[in-house]
Design a protein around this ligand. Structure first.
Ligand code: IVH
Length: 669
């Protein structure tokens, strides 16, 4: 490739990859499949290799893939020491924190705070010189940390270059502090992979993050799903902030990930309310938190308060109560899921953990049972992690360990008696019988769920009752139900029966995407269903599409495309769809693709004032248009905000209409 063209392409690929990194890691909303991403990365690596002497590699996203192993970490002196936080373990201690603060300050009115989740990860210090990431280290002893720069560079949401739109300016030198962590889902996946590869699983996400960050070979770190939230400033030259809130705003502008649950609190009571709220919400967060942090918002007040014994007086960590408890496994039952996966579940002597009574915990799979050496009757430690499902951590006292093997998942399905298989590369055992009553029940539950056909009043118990009595065998049977069928069920009054028939009737015109989701196609969740509905418009178009056509949809990779194709080739699935149609189920079709921007392709560049990129994209898509990340001859419009990039030049070169924000608002109404 000619040098000029190659350099341009390198720049374009870097922009694209940075954009997709943000979509994937920060917004959790990827626009392209993993394989497309890998393709872009490969192209960039090749071009950069070819023109290595002509490009500055230090700011390239390819530098995040990891470097050769180090012998040992060097030390880095923090410019400003990394302090730790004093702890409060109860609401009383939070009140005393403020009382002490008031005594020292002698203030009358309320003190304003910022409240944050306390992320259970590893604290790090990131040094930026003139906006470029120079070095990064662990906390160490607070004065000197370990140099983990290479490893931190593999975390894609840590900007190699700070972004700026003018204000706030980029300081000459700044230390940014944050917490590196691993999300709970990715942690589980990581452990699953480790176990399949014969490695010991990590005990918890925090250990996994610490272990990954302290790898001497950053190529290993690069393959670990690390993420970061930034929350504090160390030394800063050339910038100051009146409040912490303002600083957090600046962090976002500069491109650092900031936790979305951080809030302002007008007084200490609000901080306590937040602490209580987070104690409940922690269960459903996708990462682990071990408390909240209360920070005085005003820089002035912070300076007046100062620091004692390496902790600032202006902040406090409010720790949650312990979430582990000891109990006994009384039995282990096997649950069969929608796709036939067998999950062993421990039935335990009820125990209270962080305010909730727990009597069941998942044991995941046979590998986990073997690793933890679990038998019925064992005394175990149970924990509620950043997840609603409690988990057995380890056996503290094996009840039957004298030569006896740990509990074994049976060879036959406990529900239908069919054979069990364990596919290669999978930790799970599966029941192979597609007609297994347990799979059918789970399928029907999925079909009627809110994200699917949204049939009100059909709970788990009722579905089980209907299956047991034989009045239904599959989802399509639901629509053949009569008042008589229902009347024969135990504890079913005439009124309830009427309500169920009415909600079945109401569910007959679902939006197409919900109908697709309800079918329970493997790997096809709500998001993919939406994409299919938007791209194909009608059920027939989806049913008749080829695997290649599915692959052409942005979010759909080979695995999903394969499972959709197989689903619509399977005669029994086609029969079910036909029966649903005969019963009067008619998805609402075609609405998503038609719109005032139908068929038009947009490229966004620069910063828009009234819209975030994702909002602008949503808007375009809701009107039937598509958003692409690079300008080509096929682009219809380029929307240019403040400080547009090379895309604008390319648009001009190709003579593609460029519209500003005002015009964009006009055409999107
Ligand atoms: S602020 C001087 N904010 O908790 C204040 N720390 O126990 C510096 N941590 O060393 C820390 N989430 O590693 C702060 N939102 C948050 C935090 C947080 C987690 C960690 C951090 C710190 C430790 C103190």
């Amino acid at each position: 490739m000619e040098e000029r063209v190659a350099l341009k392409r390198i720049e374009e690929l870097r922009d694209l990859i940075n954009h997709h990194n943000r979509r994937y890691y920060q917004l959790d909303d990827p626009e392209i499949s993993d394989s497309e991403y890998d393709g872009l990365m490969r192209e960039l690596i090749e071009l950069e290799d070819q023109f290595a002497d002509r490009v500055d590699l230090s700011a390239s996203p390819t530098r995040r893939v990891g470097a050769a192993p180090l012998e040992k970490f060097g030390g880095i002196l923090h410019i400003s020491p990394m302090l730790s936080l004093a702890n409060a373990f109860s609401e009383e201690e939070i009140i005393s924190f403020e009382e002490r603060l008031r005594r020292l300050l002698d203030v009358q009115g309320d003190v304003s705070y910022v409240v944050e989740p306390k992320i259970d990860g590893i604290g790090v210090n990131l040094v930026y010189e003139k906006g470029r990431f120079r070095s990064g280290s662990t906390r160490g002893d607070g004065t000197v940390g370990e140099d983990i720069t290479q490893n931190l560079k593999t975390i894609r949401t840590i900007p190699l270059k700070m972004q700026s739109a003018g204000t706030p300016p980029i300081p000459d030198l700044i230390e940014i502090r944050g917490e590196v962590y691993i999300g709970t889902d990715t942690f589980k996946e990581l452990n699953r992979q480790r176990m399949t590869g014969g490695d010991n699983p990590f005990a918890n996400p925090r250990n996994a993050a610490a272990g990954s960050l302290r790898q001497l070979d950053s190529r290993i770190t690069a393959n670990r799903p690390l993420a970061i939230f930034c929350y504090a400033m160390g030394f800063a030259d050339g910038i100051s902030f009146k409040t912490h809130w303002e600083f957090l705003q600046a962090l976002t502008t500069w491109g650092f990930p900031v936790n979305p649950l951080i809030r302002k609190a007008g007084n200490i009571q609000d901080c306590i309310v937040y602490y209580r709220e987070m104690a409940v919400r922690r269960e459903t967060l996708p990462y682990e938190i071990d408390g909240t942090v209360i920070k005085v918002d005003s820089t002035d007040i912070r300076e007046r308060l100062g620091t004692v014994s390496r902790s600032p007086r202006w902040a406090i960590a409010c720790k949650f109560a312990a979430v582990q408890a000891t109990t006994i496994i009384e039995d282990i039952i096997i649950q069969v899921g929608r796709t036939g996966v067998l999950t062993p579940v421990a039935q335990m002597k009820p125990v209270r953990i962080a305010g909730v009574t727990v009597s069941r915990a998942t044991l995941h799979n046979q590998d986990e049972i073997d690793k933890k050496n679990i038998h019925i009757g064992d005394t175990v430690i149970v924990q509620r992690a950043g997840d609603v499902i409690p988990e057995v951590v380890k056996t503290v006292e094996p009840y039957t360990n004298n030569g006896k093997r740990p509990f074994r998942i049976p060879d036959t399905c406990p529900v239908c008696g069919s054979g069990i298989v364990r596919l290669e590369g999978e930790a799970a055992h599966r029941c192979i019988n597609l007609d297994c009553p347990a799979q059918i029940r789970e399928n029907i539950k999925h079909f009627v769920s809110r994200g699917g056909m949204d049939i009100e009043g059909l709970g788990e118990k009722l579905i089980a009752q209907m299956l047991d009595s034989g009045i239904i065998r599959d989802p399509a049977d639901l629509y053949d139900l009569t008042a008589d069928d229902l009347a024969n069920l135990e504890r079913m009054g005439a009124k309830s029966a009427d309500n169920i028939l009415a909600s079945l009737q109401r569910s007959k015109a679902p939006p197409l995407d919900k109908f697709i989701f309800a079918l329970g196609i493997r790997h096809t969740g709500e998001h993919v269903s939406k994409m299919l509905a938007r791209r194909f418009g009608t059920l027939d178009a989806i049913m008749n599409a080829s695997e290649e056509e599915f692959l052409a949809v942005k979010e759909i990779g080979p695995e999903i495309a394969g499972s959709i194709t197989i689903f619509f080739r399977e005669p029994s699935n086609l029969r079910t769809i036909e029966r649903l149609r005969k019963a009067g189920v008619k998805p609402v079709e075609g609405s998503a693709v038609s719109g005032s921007l139908s068929g038009k392709t947009f490229v966004l560049t620069g910063t828009l004032e009234s819209f975030s990129r994702s909002r602008a994209k949503e808007l375009i898509e809701s009107l039937g248009g598509t958003v692409s990340s690079s300008v080509t001859k096929k682009t219809d419009y380029v929307v240019a905000g403040a400080s547009p990039g090379s895309k604008l030049d390319k648009a001009k070169h190709l003579e593609i209409p460029v519209i500003d924000e005002e015009k964009f608002m006009e055409i999107t109404g």
